[in-house]
Design a protein around this ligand. Structure first.
Ligand SMILES: *Cc1c(COP(=O)(O)O)cnc(C)c1O
Length: 404
């Protein structure tokens, strides 16, 4: 075999289309909640691949499922179904409100499917005018043209006009404003129970309950985008379960595959009939390799031990972060649910979230931002206490450097 090509961080700038600005080191290996770079430096992983690696890196049972399926069957295409995808569908149905599942490969694709379903359902009901989608400011639903248009951050969509029409944005957590724009022409309302990319902002219970009522009154579908909040992230299997508000359609991805790409849109029998043979599809969606991995990830997470453990871990984080904040008052608020934690910066440190994560990297911890003013943590749902402590000690050193 030829020697592999030598690569450094510079190779990224040389060869990659520059839509990302990755950190200045390259990670090569991970185990649990620790990762190592090319130089052998260790980091505590508080990002979990952006809320994806819900069981950490190289979890033995997930790895075994991947290897076992890899030796059997990777891909068939949807002209032939397969055992792992059917089992995964049953797991999702048994654990949620849903009766039917559509599999795809990412969060954006799951939302794309949900929005297409809503448009067609309304059309099939005989009302050609019923095609309006209501979405929220600062929302994030993915990067396809439809989902970036539904998203509420114009900076992600405006350069790609003309955009799909019929989408109205209104302030998040403002039920009065939503009531002004939801009407009989609305086919769907799409909302994140906790806005993730938009700054880790939880929806108020009354807001989601109110949206449910407005949707019922006007015959619109309520779509919950649980791409980030789903599969145990908040300490419930899905965040809708915390709110006691049941959507018509739910999208899930990120943690679902524990690091292997997979997404799903789940819905009721009645709505599922809208998408008949040939109306929608994907080449890779529901492939046996992804489904086998997701099946194991889902069953490992959907246990009282893991879900209660998420709540326990939130307490460790809050205790540690509160202590840091007492010494260096850098955060105005620590918010979120479960292991989707957002630390909003005091106005004095506005715009410096990215810089804080860069210093955190130097100190040996991986963290995320959620906009310029929020540091975000989305670690493994089973991160050991020792790693939480060590990671927070390293993070405290980064905060000390910013504050001194
Ligand atoms: C990450 C995310 C998406 C997009 O998922 P991709 O897999 O990147 O397409 C959509 N919605 C929410 C809430 C997300 O957090």
């Amino acid at each position: 075999m030829e020697q592999p090509i030598a690569v450094t961080r510079q190779s990224f700038d040389d060869w990659m289309i520059p839509v990302y600005a990755p950190a200045d080191f390259i990670l090569v290996r991970g185990e649990g909640s620790q990762v190592w770079d090319q130089q052998g430096k260790s980091y505590i992983d508080f990002a979990g691949g952006i809320a994806v690696n819900a069981l950490g890196h190289a979890h033995p049972q997930v790895l075994a499922a991947l290897v076992e399926q890899a030796g059997k069957l990777w891909h068939l295409g949807n002209g032939y179904t397969n055992e792992p995808v059917l089992r995964l569908a049953k797991q999702l149905i048994d654990a949620t409100f849903a009766d039917k599942v559509f599999f795809c490969n990412s969060g954006a694709e799951a939302n794309e499917a949900a929005l297409k379903l809503a448009r067609k359902y309304a059309l099939d009901s005989g009302n050609r005018e019923k095609n309006q989608i209501v979405a929220f400011n600062n929302a994030f639903h993915g990067r396809t043209l439809f989902t970036v248009s539904a998203g509420g951050q114009p900076k992600y969509s405006q350069d790609f006009a003309p955009l799909p029409g019929g989408i109205t944005h209104t302030p998040f957590n403002d039920l009065g404003a939503a009531a002004q724009v939801i009407n009989d022409r609305t086919c769907a309302v799409i909302v994140e129970p906790i806005q993730g990319e938009g700054g880790v902002v939880p929806a108020q219970a009354q807001f989601l309950q109110g949206l449910r009522e407005l949707c019922d009154r006007h015959g619109a579908l309520l779509i919950f985008d649980e791409v980030q909040t789903g599969v145990g992230r908040t300490g419930s299997l899905y965040a809708y379960m915390n709110y006691g508000v049941v959507p018509d359609v739910l999208t899930t991805a990120k943690a679902l595959g524990g690091g292997f790409p997979i997404g799903a849109m789940i819905t009721t029998d009645k709505l599922a009939k809208t998408l008949g043979v040939g109306t929608h599809g994907t080449t890779y969606g529901g492939n046996p390799l992804a489904a086998a991995v997701a099946g194991v990830v889902f069953s490992l997470i959907n246990t009282p031990e893991v879900l209660d453990g998420v709540k326990q871990r939130l307490e460790w984080f809050i205790a540690g972060l509160t202590e840091i904040n007492l010494q260096y008052p850098i955060f105005s608020e620590i918010r979120g649910a479960g292991l989707l934690i957002g630390c909003a910066l005091n106005p004095e440190y506005a715009g410096r979230a990215k810089q804080i994560t860069q210093l955190a990297n130097e100190e040996g911890v991986i963290a995320l931002i959620a906009g310029p003013d929020v540091v975000r943590f989305t670690p493994s749902l089973i991160i050991p206490e020792q790693d939480v402590k060590e990671g927070l000690a390293r993070f405290a050193r980064a905060v000390a450097r910013i504050c001194s």
